[in-house]
Design a binder for this molecule. Structure first.
Ligand code: C5P
Length: 228
């Protein structure tokens, strides 16, 4: 069976549960994404290395954001984990993104750095509350333009901004969370169906709770059906 361009977000602090999710889905999907919850959990960092032999890409979603030197050193310190994808926040600025790219090229040539634009849990109202007068769309576009200057490999945005990001650069990988096959949006605000997001040009989708809550094997089948 052809693997679908999906990263399953393995959001748990439990290695046994993470293993169940990976084993139930790895045949069907391109990769698994581990975020702060799993990485910070006891044994999580080392467990990630073991998932490398499951024939899936490893996406480390640490969303790094700090001064350039700290981000540079943090990426250097991930050499032993050697993920395939790693996130940083584009809002850390041009110099921080350049420092991330420098660390990547010095430590792991095959690692792809992804710049997170505006979290899919935020709306225009939230941006306004944080003191920004720009819309989510314009903010994503601006951050993508800055990421392009830093020669970042890919962008994380919601499906609603894919077109804008593609206009900034055709070469970006576009990784899209906020994917729902049901109408349960939970804490996400900018959501879309998997089929629609791929049609708009997402190169990969990130799907968490729609796969990981309950029975992952049954859930991944529902997601695959939603792609037909
Ligand atoms: O459960 P759900 O499908 O909402 O999970 C989405 C995953 O994508 C989570 O792991 C979340 O941390 C991540 N993510 C996101 N929005 C971003 C970047 C990453 O939801 N902008």
């Amino acid at each position: 069976m052809k693997k679908q361009p999906i990263f399953v977000a393995v959001d748990t602090n439990n290695i046994k549960r993470a293993t169940q999710i990976v084993n139930a889905t790895n045949k069907y999907i391109y990769g698994v994404k581990f975020g702060l919850e799993f990485f910070c959990s006891k044994g999580g960092r080392d467990a990630i290395k073991k998932f490398k032999n499951k024939n899936v890409k490893i996406f480390l979603d640490l969303k790094l954001k700090d001064i350039p030197n700290t981000v540079y050193k943090a990426i250097k310190s991930l050499k032993d984990v050697s993920p395939d994808y790693l996130t940083i926040h584009a809002s850390g600025g041009l110099e921080m993104m350049k420092a991330a790219k420098k660390a990547q090229s010095e430590t792991n040539k095959k690692l792809k750095i992804l710049a997170v634009t505006v979290l899919t849990s935020l709306s225009n109202k939230d941006l306004k509350q944080m003191g920004s007068s720009t819309s989510v769309e314009s903010q994503v576009q601006k951050l993508a333009q800055t990421a392009k200057l830093a020669k970042i490999h890919g962008i994380v945005c919601s499906a609603h901004e894919i077109k804008k990001v593609k206009r900034v650069s055709k070469n970006f990988e576009i990784i899209v969370p906020g994917i729902r096959i049901s109408n349960k949006v939970q804490d996400q605000k900018r959501v879309m169906s998997p089929k629609q997001a791929l049609k708009l040009g997402a190169t990969h989708l990130v799907i968490g709770r729609d796969i990981t809550k309950g029975n992952p094997k049954a859930n991944i089948k529902k997601v695959l059906n939603a792609l037909i």
